[in-house]
Design a protein around this ligand. Structure first.
Ligand code: UD1
Ligand code: UDP
Length: 373
């Protein structure tokens, strides 16, 4: 029987982490022929992920430029991907989530009449500019897709609200699959030695476009105000390579001994340090899914989230980026053991770690229905 040719296209760090388990599953499954395309939207930060999963892309579009614009990402991805799609003629192209290169890849596949599978489909805030541009990227990908791999029942419901009624499969989130590759209970890292034994760790990340400049500055100042008054807490902050983020982080936190500003960690380091942290503060999407699985409370540095399941479960709390609120919420979580207990014991709503296998089975079932295969 002819194998089903699946082209996975991804190129940012979070896409790599969540598509890594899908690619590994494809490689091990005789029903499929896997072609991997890196957009290269993130050069260094994707390389860290590829090394962990031992994935060597068949193609690299190498689109990254310093300070790239959304238009540049979109045009470069489409222009460079199209000849590869035309050469390989895959049965289906898989894209992930909501980056601009994922949207551009889906559009290039559609223009070439290739079926599209959307991994992590159906996440919504229903707010056009929050997160920006991701909310519209994912809505537009869902308009183009043929198969929707929805991580939760809530995301499946969102798809139906948007009139996408066919081809939805609830799979769980592949972020939880990735934890099966990374978590190691005897893990150690040098940054942990730098922290005085007995101190607790806050793990911080922040990068979203809508948080650039003032929101980021206010948030950092608020965390600094709380942490500087205590001798039992340090903050580990692997700073995103975006120069906009680097500038604010270094200016406000650079000379403070409570803050360990380090380079982006590879995903094994990041997941294991998260599993040793007291709590997480982040505006990241993926972190909102992983932390609950590791029983870590997350103070989400945003006012909206497309991951409401974690808020309902009680493991995520939306605290925004306003100085007074960030300071108040952090202080309250640190001072209130009952609140901490409730958040850390909440049930992870994002899956059981076997989403990739469900995705592959759904593709195989779909392929059976395609006459030309
Ligand atoms: C992108 C995605 C965002 C995702 C985030 C994950 C879009 C519009 N944005 O945002 O949805 O949440 O990735 O991290 O698709 N850079 C490097 N090396 C790297 C990576 C980035 O130097 O390995 C620098 C470059 O100067 C680059 C800049 O960061 O131009 C911004 O990267 P870009 O992918 O445009 O935006 P992100 O903020 O990373
Ligand atoms: N991550 C990592 N190293 C770091 C910071 C984050 O590997 O130094 C991982 C994290 O575990 C999660 C993903 O990167 O899986 C989140 O990426 P990011 O916050 O850049 O993007 P988002 O999820 O918001 O799109």
């Amino acid at each position: 029987m002819r194998k089903i040719k699946v082209m996975t296209v991804f190129g940012t760090r979070p896409e790599g982490i969540k598509m890594g388990p899908v690619v590994k599953a494809l490689e091990q499954d005789e029903r499929f022929l896997s072609v991997v395309v890196s957009t290269g939207q993130h050069a260094a930060m994707l390389q860290q992920v590829l090394a962990v999963f031992q994935i060597e892309p068949d193609y690299n579009l190498k689109i990254m430029r310093p300070g790239q614009t959304l238009t540049e990402i979109t045009i470069e991805t489409m222009t460079r991907l199209e000849p590869i799609i035309q050469k390989e003629r895959p049965d289906i192209v898989l894209v992930h989530g909501d980056t601009s290169s994922a949207y551009a890849s889906a559009l290039a596949a559609f223009y070439n009449r290739i079926a599209i599978g959307h991994v992590e489909a159906g996440l919504r805030t229903w707010d056009k500019y929050s997160p920006y541009p991701e909310e519209m990227n994912r809505q537009m990908i869902d308009d183009l897709a043929d198969l929707y791999f929805a991580p939760t029942e809530t995301s499946a419901k969102n798809l139906k609200m948007g009139n996408h009624c066919h081809g939805i499969i609830v799979t769980g989130n592949t972020a939880i699959d990735a934890l099966r590759y990374t978590i190691n209970h005897s893990y150690h890292h040098q940054v942990l030695d730098e922290i005085i034994p007995g101190k607790k760790i806050i793990l911080l990340t922040m990068h979203r476009r809508e948080n650039w400049d003032k929101p980021m500055a206010e948030t950092f100042k608020a965390i600094k105000t709380i942490v500087d008054h205590r001798d039992d807490i340090d903050v580990i902050y692997p700073v995103h390579l975006n120069p906009k983020v680097q500038a604010v982080a270094n200016k406000i936190l650079g000379n403070d001994n409570h803050f360990h500003l380090i380079s982006p960690l590879d995903v094994v380091d990041f997941h294991n340090i998260m599993s040793k942290a007291l709590l997480v503060m982040s505006d990241s999407g993926g972190v909102q899914e992983e932390a609950p699985a590791l029983h870590k409370p997350v103070l989400v540095l945003r006012t909206t989230t497309e991951r409401p399941e974690g808020v309902t479960a009680g493991t995520l709390k939306l605290i925004g980026t306003e100085f007074n609120n960030v300071a108040k919420e952090l202080s309250s979580l640190l001072e209130n053991p009952e609140e901490y207990d409730k958040m850390s014991k909440a049930q992870n709503p994002y899956g059981d770690g076997y989403a990739s296998e469900r995705i592959l089975d759904a593709i195989a079932e779909w392929a059976e229905t395609q006459k030309e295969l």
